[in-house]
Design a binder for this molecule. Structure first.
Ligand SMILES: [Zn+2]
Length: 160
């Protein structure tokens, strides 16, 4: 299992610099994010501080600078982000989302072959369960009525 990460979009920018460069000085992080986002060094310092306190960045001081590194792997962290994104939609709607991503994503021939092989090997299940909370998904629309009637039932019991 990938651990559940808590990295904001702004903090993610810092993580990308460290993933790309390995051990990285605050100077390098500042330079890159000033270029990309126009962030001041105090903004970057705040982001780095948060990532250190969350345990995602480790810090040590070399001769003149603080140097940052991470034990998080970029691919694993991405999987964790995707997992938390997918929690926002019904499991039954994920195949449509994947189809959309495939249509939208530029690919070379090897990518297409790789994806075809993945699909070829995919074992279909009889049914994908919907584990959405009733009222947040059209799969469960029919049960809103039962929730509401249970609710008004409880209301009545409180009234009595
Ligand atoms: Zn659902």
């Amino acid at each position: 299992m990938t651990e559940n990460l808590n990295i904001s979009a702004a903090e993610w920018e810092v993580m990308r610099v460290v993933w790309a460069n390995g051990e990285t000085t605050s100077q390098t992080i500042n330079f890159i994010l000033k270029g990309k986002r126009g962030w001041s060094s105090s903004t970057v310092k705040t982001l780095i501080g948060r990532l250190v306190s969350k345990g995602y960045l480790q810090t040590r001081k070399n001769a003149r600078h603080y140097v940052y590194s991470t034990h998080l792997e970029e691919p694993e962290s991405l999987k964790s982000e995707i997992a938390s994104l997918l929690e926002r939609i019904c499991s039954r709607k994920i195949p449509n989302l994947i189809a959309y991503l495939i249509e939208k994503t530029p690919m070379i021939a090897e990518d297409v072959v790789m994806l075809q092989a993945v699909l070829q090997a995919k074992q279909a299940v009889a049914e994908v369960p919907c584990d959405c909370f009733p009222g947040q998904c059209t799969c469960h629309l029919h049960s809103i009525d039962s929730i509401l009637s249970n609710y008004s039932h409880e209301e009545k019991e409180h009234a009595n």
